[in-house]
Design a protein around this ligand. Structure first.
Ligand code: GDP
Length: 365
């Protein structure tokens, strides 16, 4: 319709026909918003076909705290289990700045070039506080994140370290069923998380730096003892000699440790993640370890031990959860704690009362 202000009687500016506003929401997003609800069987089918979108959605269910999601997730995991277990699982740790993301990018591209499919997962104990994970983030692994044979997933963020670790372990199962034959589990070398990672991988790599003068200081003995390989990063430019010196110091220190159950003597190598130097040698070391431990039976022994460990971990976690979420317990816990603080009852009597209350409540159900 012709605009009234274009009438002869108006001498102002001509008003043109308008255009409709561009949509403010990316129209392609609707595809994700209206995503299909898959049945567990469809999830499993998609995962086994290597469908990354379906794998990601299944991992989201694994990470979810909602009971209905957990139920579906457990069904998917169970059906995927027979197809899992065929990857080499590698734990990677190092303090912030050691070069984990740079190195994982370089290691990953090397593996993909050799025809492997790689999943990069992470356990980040700080992610609960920061409400977002600093590890396993796609933006940190620029090259790898563009590759279709790489699946990168940041650390699950909710729950205790045990809970986070369990989710990562379950995610490994799904990734393996989807055909990923190499799995990295990354963590920051600053706390308990190494133990959790160690309990789910075949080979544990510790990234170190040279050039601080006293290389061996500040590394917890426990982490050194867990390492199957210590790799000294940033062996480039002026730093090469320092890195070599640090390597020999580490080798000497490792001699003081008792021989590991695997029978394997940890190796110390130098490399540069940034300049991609010395990377094939790291993979030769890991291949050698896998061949060595498969030959002496330790590889499957360790996996069995880990499976057992996770069974008990899951039982413990379920028991704890059931106890603390029990209504009778919830009602009395704070008051009982107060009685302990008032010296009215001992901690042990308090604990026994709470347990009796819990067991009594369960028996009524
Ligand atoms: P992360 O915190 O352990 O993940 O460490 P980053 O991968 O983010 O690396 C920390 C810093 O070290 C970055 O500025 C990198 O560019 C640098 N860096 C990483 N690897 C190397 C290397 O091999 N040589 C040199 N010279 N710098 C590196």
């Amino acid at each position: 319709m012709e605009h009234p202000e274009n009438d002869e009687m108006y001498k102002g500016l001509k008003v043109n026909k308008g255009i409709s506003d561009a949509p403010t929401v990316n129209p392609y997003l609707t595809k994700r918003i209206q995503r299909k609800e898959y049945t567990p069987a469809e999830f499993v089918d998609g995962i086994l076909k290597g469908n990354i979108t379906i794998l990601s959605q299944a991992v989201t269910l694994v990470e979810s705290a909602r009971p209905e999601h957990q139920q579906v997730a457990q069904e998917i995991i169970e059906k995927c289990l027979p197809y899992a277990g065929k990857s080499v699982r590698i734990g990677i740790t190092g303090v912030p700045g050691a070069g984990k993301s740079t190195s994982i990018d370089a290691f990953g591209i090397h593996l993909l070039n050799q025809g492997h499919k790689l999943a990069v997962l992470a356990i980040d104990p700080s992610s609960e506080r920061t409400k977002g994970s600093i590890l396993g983030d796609k933006t940190r692994m620029e090259e790898l994140s563009r590759e279709k044979n790489a699946f990168i997933r940041p650390s699950p963020s909710a729950g205790s370290l045990g809970g986070v670790a369990r989710k990562t372990r379950e995610t490994i199962v799904l990734c393996e069923a989807a055909g990923f034959d190499a799995v990295f589990v990354e963590t920051v070398g600053v706390g308990q998380s190494e133990t959790a990672v160690h309990s789910m991988v075949d080979f544990f790599l510790l990234i170190q730096l040279a050039g601080t003068g006293d290389e061996l200081q500040g590394i917890k003995r426990g982490i050194m003892e867990m390492a199957d390989g210590i790799i000294i990063n940033k062996a480039d430019g002026d730093n090469i000699e320092k890195a070599k010196l640090a390597a020999s110091q580490f080798r000497n220190a490792l001699h003081l440790f008792p021989l590991a159950d695997s029978g394997w003597t940890p190796k110390v190598l130098t490399y540069s993640g940034y300049y991609k130097l010395g990377i094939p040698e790291i993979w030769e070391m890991i291949d050698e370890y896998v061949a060595f431990t498969k030959n002496n039976g330790y590889f499957s022994h360790k996996r069995n031990e880990q499976a057992k460990y996770w069974m008990y971990e899951s039982i413990n976690e379920t028991l704890r959860d059931t106890f603390y979420h029990n209504p009778a317990v919830e009602e009395m816990l704070v008051a009982t704690e107060q009685q302990v603080l008032n010296n009215e009852i001992s901690s042990f009597v308090a604990a026994k009362r709470m347990m009796d209350l819990f067991l009594h409540d369960l028996s009524k159900k």
